[in-house]
Design a protein around this ligand. Structure first.
Ligand SMILES: [Zn+2]
Length: 440
């Protein structure tokens, strides 16, 4: 048998994969001359970023184009870790109508790379019963890194009949499913509950405690039997996440000061994270303006992306970031809120940074100057002078989005060494490299 195996190996046909060239440069891709913002590593300066084998190889000034297969000039642009959208709905494709495990969700790759996003967190579209279907249908087939928070409802986010059913809120079963997919299931979600009970929150905290994961809360209907103050000061644990922070639907705002309510202030003091989740009906200027004016800023920016929010006020995560810049947040702050901060909230500190050795997910952004209008859930407007646009997106070291063809050569000029293209781009169709696997 042993001899046969050796003979078979010797007789194996040559694959289409080109052999590595003997004098391959040190780096596959060099982003040269950009302004790097990497909150995790306290970098906010002009730097070059070098990538090799799908990972960050070096971040420094003065790196040489001769050392890279491909160099892209990104002068005047902002280079950041690939953005993380902490709250989206992407369990699309089941055919179920009126359901976030169906037609209300969007396919992730259609909305991510064009916004510099390389990681999304599906916030509770699936529960423990249908997570394996979600994983097979979406997570394993997407180029975007798709992570998930499990809905505390076993059936997931499929409308009232399911989501109000307290009998299907099982913290133990939810924790059991989370334990089967560490690093992919990164949280527990409760949402849309209208009843007077604490059941969904309590079961979500049981699941989160057992699985050692954060709980994200969309607090549903405002009920006097379960006040927001108690949620943030007693029921949730430090490290849990309150999304839809500027919705105004559930006592987020103090009616007298128009700043954050007492629950918000005390919740933040004990370590609750606050997330935008602007969505279709969860962001109002009448909250965001005074609350940010009084210093109550988000810990993370997220869209709550779905079929309505993407065409409504939210649009995309760069629009959310531009809105907050219009209210005075600095570029470095909104970048941190889309990279290192959400990574910390889901305890995936390996993501959202440009540390040497990190998977090379990178966004190159442009700050457009001009006159722009930004809207909210009640269609009122704030004007701004800056808007973020994604120019390039890099996933696992390879270019997956290039708005203005910064990496491309004029069509009628020399095309250079195309046989090494697959080391740094997916355009056009590259030859896959050996050992390529989906990393989550
Ligand atoms: Zn949502």
């Amino acid at each position: 048998m042993k001899l046969l195996a050796v003979l078979m190996l010797l007789a194996a046909p040559a694959t289409a994969q080109p052999l590595p060239a003997p004098n391959l440069p040190q780096y596959d891709l060099l982003l040269r001359g950009g302004h790097v913002i990497d909150a995790r590593n306290h970098v906010d300066a002009a730097m070059d970023v070098a990538i090799k084998d799908g990972r960050i190889a070096r971040v420094a000034a003065g790196l040489k184009p001769a050392d890279a297969i491909k160099t892209i000039d990104v002068r005047g642009l902002i280079v950041t870790p690939g953005l993380i959208d902490l709250h989206v709905h992407v369990y699309n494709g089941t055919g179920e109508r009126g359901s976030y495990a169906g037609d209300l969700s969007v396919p992730p790759d259609g909305f991510t790379f064009r916004n510099g996003v390389t990681t999304v967190v599906d916030a509770g579209s699936s529960g423990w019963r249908n997570f394996p279907d979600f994983k097979d249908r979406i997570i394993d087939r997407s180029k975007t890194r798709v992570l998930a928070m499990l809905n505390i409802v076993g059936a997931g986010m499929r409308g009232g009949g399911y989501e109000q059913n307290t009998a299907d809120m099982d913290g133990e079963a939810t924790a059991g499913m989370a334990a089967r997919y560490p690093g992919v299931i990164v949280g527990i979600k409760t949402a849309h509950f209208n009843g007077p009970e604490w059941t969904p929150v309590e079961q979500a905290v049981i699941a989160g405690t057992k699985a050692n994961l954060p709980v994200m809360v969309d607090f549903g209907a405002d009920r006097p039997t379960r006040p927001l103050y108690d949620l943030l000061t007693e029921k949730l644990r430090p490290g849990d996440i309150y999304t839809h922070m500027y919705s105004g639907l559930r006592q987020e705002q103090d009616p007298l000061t128009l700043g954050p309510s007492r629950g918000f202030i005390e919740g933040r003091a004990r370590g609750i994270w606050f997330d935008t989740g602007t969505g279709g009906g969860s962001f109002k200027w009448s909250l965001a303006v005074p609350m940010i004016g009084q210093g109550f800023r988000p810990d993370s920016l997220s869209t709550d992306l779905h079929v309505d929010s993407m065409n409504g006020a939210t649009k995309d995560i760069l629009n959310v970031a531009s809105k907050l810049m219009a209210l005075g947040l600095r570029l470095s702050e909104v970048v941190a809120d889309m990279t290192a901060h959400p990574a910390r909230e889901i305890r995936r500190d390996d993501l959202g940074n440009l540390s040497v050795g990190a998977i090379a997910d990178v966004a190159v952004l442009k700050v457009e100057k001009g006159h722009f209008g930004f809207t909210d859930m009640v269609n009122t407007r704030v004007d701004g002078t800056q808007k973020l646009v994604a120019e390039l997106t890099i996933r696992r070291g390879r270019l997956v989005y290039d708005l203005d063809g910064l990496s491309a050569l004029p069509w009628n000029g020399p095309q250079g060494d195309t046989h090494l293209d697959s080391y740094w781009t997916v355009f056009p169709r590259p030859v896959p490299r050996p050992g390529d696997t989906v990393l989550h």
